[in-house]
Structures are given as structure tokens and as C-alpha cells.
Write a protein that binds this ligand. Structure first.
Ligand code: PGA
Length: 251
């Protein structure tokens, strides 16, 4: 049985004061909620504050990126160990915005995933095709390439400690959600690719989130699909009520 997981990706939003007020509102409702794993991923500057606020609750903390090296001359970067020190459990890797604006490749995402797992951080590894790729009939080849490249060399245990997020680029922040059938098709494809890399047990056990314009109104249908194990939520995670409604739709 895969436990559903809903994560809020706050992106480059929320000052520390705003982050504290959002997480306090989430705590009022979700502090003791166990049915779904709930993760909040604030910007780096708010991690420490949010970390203190979620201690002793069932909310988990995640970061939005990290570097693959342990330390050194990498101005502006953050290591896995630094995130662990703040009690992060998760780290989002290879989000399409990082792939697009910061030229992250599958090879880079893979190095980061290996480094995260070596420090006992659970990576949320993002994949997804662009609209152009979808219209050119390349969904299968793009997703297969991203999954095999980003997850290369991970052991069965490491894969099961990871979360995959399928986020069609054309659905992120656009208000255009993939239909539940479109999403389900790609989630099933991802399980097939993982089965080919490992075996059916790993493919069946790994959790795969859907992301891209998930809202309270469409969450239940998406999360009800057999291979969709929750969501990675952007815009709708910035409002406590809509995020709570999405989390509760995963039960
Ligand atoms: P969105 O973002 O929910 O605002 O579409 C999702 C994401 O980028 O993770």
C-alpha cells in the first residue's frame, strides 16, 4: 500500500513572516493529520523558521533544491547536510523551472538525487514533457529518457525512498490541468519504465505524485486514479484553505 503524499512547493514566494503565518494556519488543521503525508517546501530563507514550527506535528519539511557536493566553493549553493541540519526530510529535484531557467539536465538531477539519498534526504524527482513535445507525440520518449537518466544507478531501496513527480510543463501555473486519464497514462508509463530498470515490486512501491494546476476542485479525481499517489502543489499551496482542501481530497 502506497501512502499518499501531498507536497506544497512554495517556489520563490513567502517572506519568513508570511511563511510562519501560512504554516501556523496549516498546523491549526493538519498538525495531527496522519492519513496523508503532508510536506511543505518553503524557500531557503524560511526553512529554519518553518522547521521550528513543524516540530512535533505531522507536517514534514522539504527544500526546493540542493547541490550535489558536500561542501566547497559553490557560491550561492546549499548542501544536503545543511538541509538535514534543519530537519528537512525531502528535497524537490529537477523541477521543470530548474531544468528550464537553470539548465539542469537529467545527469545533474541524478547527481543531486544520489547525494540527497546518501544524506538520508528523500528526493522528489520531477519529470514532465513540454506542450511541444506532447503535440509531437514524444511523451513516451521524453518521460522514459528523464526517468532513466534522473534515476540512473539508484538501488531498489533508494528508489523506494524517492518520490517521483509527474508535472507536464504545459500544466504548471497555467490553469490547464492534465485530465485524470492523461495523467494516469503517464503515471502507468513511469511504473513500466521503473519496472524495466528494476522489477515489478519497486515499480509498484514507488510513489508518483501529479503536479500542474492541482486545485481543490480537481484534486479528488486526480488522486483517485490508480497510479496517482498524491500531488505536488504550486500556486494552490500558498493559500492555507485551498492546500488543506487538496490534502483532504487525498484521503
Ligand atoms: P502549480 O505548480 O500547482 O502552480 O501548477 C506546480 C509545481 O510547479 O510544482
Amino acid at each position: 500500500m502506497r501512502k499518499k503524499i501531498v507536497a506544497g512547493n512554495w517556489k520563490m514566494n513567502m517572506t519568513t513572516a508570511e511563511a510562519a503565518s501560512l504554516v501556523n494556519a496549516l498546523k491549526d488543521d493538519l498538525a495531527n493529520f496522519r492519513e496523508v503525508e503532508v510536506v511543505v517546501c518553503p524557500p531557503f530563507t524560511a526553512l529554519s523558521t518553518v522547521s521550528d514550527l513543524v516540530q512535533g506535528t505531522h507536517l514534514d519539511l522539504g527544500a526546493q533544491n540542493m547541490h550535489w557536493e558536500k561542501s566547497g566553493a559553490y557560491t550561492g549553493e546549499t548542501s544536503a547536510e545543511m538541509l538535514r541540519e534543519l530537519y528537512c526530510h525531502y528535497v524537490i529535484l529537477g523541477h521543470s523551472e530548474r531544468r528550464h531557467y537553470f539548465s539542469e539536465t537529467d545527469a545533474i538531477v541524478n547527481r543531486k538525487a544520489q547525494a540527497a539519498l546518501a544524506s538520508s534526504l528523500h528526493p522528489i524527482i520531477c519529470v514532465g514533457e513540454t506542450l511541444q513535445e506532447r503535440e509531437a507525440g514524444q511523451v513516451e520518449s521524453v518521460i522514459t529518457r528523464q526517468i532513466t537518466g534522473s534515476l540512473a544507478g539508484l538501488s531498489a531501496k533508494e528508489l523506494l525512498d524517492s518520490v517521483i513527480a509527474y508535472e507536464p510543463v504545459w500544466a504548471i501555473g497555467t490553469g490547464k490541468t492534465a485530465t485524470s486519464e492523461q495523467a494516469q497514462d503517464v503515471h502507468a508509463l513511469i511504473r513500466t519504465v521503473v519496472a524495466n530498470m528494476h522489477d515489478a515490486t519497486v515499480a509498484d512501491g514507488v510513489r508518483i505524485q501529479y503536479g500542474g494546476s492541482v486545485k481543490p476542485g480537481n484534486a479528488k479525481e486526480l488522486f483517485g486514479m490508480p497510479d496517482i499517489d498524491g500531488g505536488l502543489i504550486g500556486g494552490a499551496a500558498l493559500d492555507a484553505k485551498s492546500f488543506i482542501d487538496i490534502v483532504r481530497a487525498a484521503v
